[in-house]
Write a protein of this length. Sequence first.
Length: 255
Amino acid sequence: MVEIKTDTSIEAMREAGRIVAQALTAVREAAATGVSLRDLDRAARAVLDEAGADSPFLDYRPQWAPIPFPAVICTSVNDAIVHGIPDDYRLRDGDLVSIDCGAIRGGWVGDAAVSFTVGRARPEDVQLIATAEAALEAGIAAAVVGNRIGDIAHAIGRVCRSAGYGIPDGFGGHGVGRHMHEDPGVPNEGRPGRGMPLRHGMVLAIEPMVISSGTDGHYTARDGWTVRTADGSRASHAEHTVAITDDGPRILTAL
C-alpha cells in the first residue's frame, strides 16, 4: 500500500533528508587516498550522532541477507554497484566510489546516494558519474502529478541507454517514509504512461545505477550484500528522496 504523506510529514522528512545530505558531504570531504572505508563510515556516523538521528541502514536485514548490515553507509567501489560494506580497504588514486546513506529523524526516513572519484579521475569515470546524475535529474523532472511511475522509469532508462551504459536488472528506487523501503517500486527502465499514477504527497527514492560496459549483468559477492558488475566494469549510483507535490517535485535530500 502506498502511503500519501501530508505536507507536515513532508516537512518532517525534509529534516531527515537534510541530515543525509550533510552526512554525504562529510563523507565526500573525508574521502582521500589512503583513507579506509571504515573511516568514511565513521564520518557519516559522526554527522548522524551530532544531529540526534538514527540510521535505517545499521542492522537492517531483509529476508535475503545472510547478516544484518553492519554500517550506516554503503560504500561501493569501482565494480561494486550498490550495498558495499565498509571495511578496511583503503582508497586508491583513481577509485570510483558510490556512497549510499540514510537517516531517521522524528520517525521519518531520508535516503540518498552520490558517486565521486578519488585523486586523479579517469575521463570515462567522470562521464559515467555525470550520466547517473543526468538520469537522476531526468527521473526527478518526470516525477510530477499526472504522470505515472513508468514515466520516471522511462526518463531514467532513456538517459542511461542513450549513453551506451548498462542498467542492472532488478534494482531501482522505491517509496520512502516511515520505513526505508515502501511501495511503490520505481524501476530504472520502463514504458511511459504505465504504472501507478503520481499524486501529491507521494515520496519516492529515485536512484539510477549505470554500468560502464553497457552490459546489465551483476552478481552478489560472498559477503551476501555487495552487488558487483558481472564483467568487472565500473558502476555509478545517484539517488535523492523526492516528494511529489502540486507545485512540482521537491528534493528532500538536498543541502
